[in-house]
Design a protein around this ligand. Structure first.
Ligand SMILES: Nc1ncnc2c1ncn2[C@@H]1O[C@H](COP(=O)(O)OP(=O)(O)O)[C@@H](O)[C@H]1O
Ligand SMILES: [Mg+2]
Length: 298
């Protein structure tokens, strides 16, 4: 029996700019407990807008014009996220749903040691812990994401980009959330580091049981790590299927086009070869699609 931890129902979001942009259009999706759901689609298709809406981080001129997002806790209660405000919302965001965004590693405070920044999460959300308990948890947390605990004393600039991003992932996992939303979390990292971090996430997911929405324009990457993949285009989910089916039997022409734009997609799931010139291929295709979408909306 499936039991969703998150249900997105008929969600629409506009940006009320000079002309109204329908960034997300009547999206319905469920995230099952413990699954990795990949969200693919080219730049500008609405992925981040959807992520920000789920976590209630949208700012004007964005406006939710329809729908809702319901969180079903493993403790057996449902919460309509649109009904949360103030402290409830803040507590909820760290505790139940955590996020790692692109470039998150640059949001570490440069003048505070890693230990202080991790401890701060516990200070705010777990005030009952003693100082000694906080220390122990921070050490464990760091090692969980593959960083030696003696790095607690380091300042952010003393760590590599990959390590800083791991620290951000550790921070997101600090309160053992049930959902982790990752929006292009490894895009700024080189391919080897990116891979290591992704393996870490799939391992942690198995260990801790959280569900993940993993967002990227990098479809080959998603095929490797996702249970299911949703393909988004111009604000719509055009296809949603398990990763292997999506790869072997894509139904939507856009999915087929997206797949064919990655010449490195050969072999079985999990055995993809990522070629060095992938980046340039992606970019060309992205530009083409943006052009196509723009033509359509004229
Ligand atoms: N603050 C904003 N004001 C107006 N339009 C925006 C704003 N932010 C995003 N958009 C538009 O919304 C659409 C979706 O953007 P986004 O969610 O960032 O896409 P993605 O994450 O898939 O690249 C794009 O057309 C983008 O130009
Ligand atoms: Mg984005």
């Amino acid at each position: 029996m499936s039991s969703p931890v998150l249900s997105i129902e008929n969600l629409s979001i506009d940006y009320l700019a000079e002309t109204t942009v329908h960034a997300v259009r009547e999206v319905s999706l469920t995230l099952e407990r413990g699954e990795i759901l990949g969200l693919a689609g080219e730049s500008g298709c609405g992925k981040s807008t959807l992520a920000y809406a789920i976590t209630r981080l949208l700012k004007p001129p964005a406006r939710v014009t329809s729908g809702r997002v319901v969180f079903s806790s493993r403790e057996g209660y449902d919460v309509d996220l649109s009904g949360l405000a103030g402290d409830d919302l803040r507590a909820f965001r760290w505790d139940k749903i955590a996020m790692v965004f692109q470039g998150a590693m640059n949001s570490l405070n440069p003048v505070l040691r890693i230990s202080e920044q991790l401890e701060d999460v516990y200070l705010t959300h777990r005030p009952e812990l003693t100082k000694a308990e906080r220390r122990i948890r921070c050490g464990e947390l760091l090692e969980r994401v593959g960083v030696d605990r003696n790095r607690l004393r380091a300042y952010p600039h003393e760590l590599s980009g990959g390590m800083r991003q791991r620290v951000m992932i550790a921070m997101a996992l600090a309160l053992e959330p049930q959902v982790l939303i990752m929006d292009e979390p490894t895009t700024a990292l080189d391919v080897v580091v990116q891979r290591e971090i992704l393996l870490e996430i799939t391992r942690l997911r198995a260990e801790l049981g959280f569900a993940v929405i993993f967002i990227t324009h990098d479809l080959p990457l998603l095929l490797e790590i996702s249970d299911r993949i949703a393909v988004m285009r111009a604000g719509l989910i055009v296809e949603l299927d398990d990763a292997l089916t999506l790869y072997t039997k894509p139904k939507h022409p856009y999915t087929r086009r997206l797949l064919s734009s990655f010449p490195s997609l050969t072999g079985e799931r999990g055995g993809f070869v990522r070629s060095g010139d992938l980046a340039s291929v992606e970019l060309d295709e992205t530009e083409q699609t943006i052009e196509a979408v723009e033509m359509e909306s004229r």
